[in-house]
Design a protein around this ligand. Structure first.
Ligand code: ATP
Ligand code: MG
Length: 281
């Protein structure tokens, strides 16, 4: 039922990395996590070991009103994935126009996915404002804003908190008050990074759900197309990500005790793929 969006005012700050890793860490307490890629870069799938050559996906086909279940994949860990799918630039622009004209193209299937109370959807958003974010915001339990631990993030905080990156108008301002934050790439050995992180933490207080260390384990995990807690469970970044997942869990509505036990996903709905070489999960 809950929907969590990972968004950011700036690109390249770790949204996709955190979406993938945190989704998989939410696979506890009877919840079924589903990672939803809404970014035309189509890169969320890579963290779950989906072959680079497999370019199928859900959002890339939205204008054809696809049945979302047919695009559902299942990682070896059990986490579900709706890949974006490969899309050309021109198609991507047409897409944005279509979504503006008819938000239901995305909102309707999402409502259908969220109808299952056990499912927790984590959406990886494109950087900055987007039509997809405008559609998801009113449906989201949490919008987690990822910030880089840099002087520029500290300097831009007021602007970010006011929700400028959510779009313009009253709706964006209304949702700005509900933003939560995660600070990524904190380098405790760098005075600048540490100072910026401390300034951001002081300013945000409890709205800061956690901070993630700059850690080579993150890039290494991606290079092997696996998740950080699988490749380097004792790394600093893995521990930080577990803390963020726990903080997110604490903010989600509790799962009803009488929620039905999930039936095993039929292969036609959630086709698992072969893990890449060396990927024995
Ligand atoms: N904590 C970290 N330590 C080291 N490297 C990291 C960390 N977080 C992210 N990275 C690396 O930074 C790069 C960008 O990360 P990612 O793709 O997750 O960002 P993004 O916000 O999704 O980018 P975009 O806005 O383009 O979608 C990747 O190469 C990733 O491996
Ligand atoms: Mg991304």
């Amino acid at each position: 039922m809950p929907l969590i969006c990972f968004a950011s005012p700036k690109g390249g700050v770790g949204k996709t990395t955190l979406s993938a890793n945190v989704t998989d860490l939410l696979r506890r307490n009877g919840r079924i996590p589903l990672a939803l890629d809404l970014d035309p870069q189509n890169s969320l799938r890579l963290h779950f070991g989906m072959p680079v050559t497999d370019q199928a996906g859900f959002c890339a086909n939205l204008q054809r009103r696809p049945e979302w279940r047919q695009h559902l994949r299942q990682a070896a860990s059990g986490t579900l994935l709706l890949p974006h799918g490969a899309i050309e630039l021109r198609q991507s622009l047409e897409h944005a126009v279509a979504l503006e004209r008819e938000p239901g193209l995305l909102a309707a299937p999402l409502r259908d996915i969220l109808a299952d109370p056990r499912v927790v959807v984590v959406a990886d958003m494109p950087p900055g404002p987007s039509q997809a974010l405008a559609i998801l915001m009113p449906m989201a339990s949490l919008v987690v804003t990822v910030l880089q631990s840099s002087a520029i993030s500290a300097a831009m905080l007021n602007e970010i908190e006011a929700g400028r990156f959510l779009g313009s108008g009253t709706m964006a301002a209304l949702f700005a008050g509900r933003l939560q934050f995660v600070l990524n790439g904190v380098d405790m050995n760098s005075r600048l990074s540490r100072g910026a992180a401390e300034a951001v933490a002081r300013h945000l207080g409890p709205r800061l759900l956690g901070a993630i260390s700059q850690d080579d384990a993150v890039a290494e995990a991606l290079a092997s197309q696996r998740l950080v807690h699988e490749v380097a469970p004792h790394s600093r970044a893995a521990e930080d990500m577990r803390q963020v997942a726990r903080a997110i869990e604490a903010l989600l509505p509790p799962l009803a005790q009488d929620a039905p036990t999930p039936p095993p996903a039929p292969p036609s709905l959630a086709a698992p793929w072969t893990a890449p070489q060396g990927g024995t999960r």
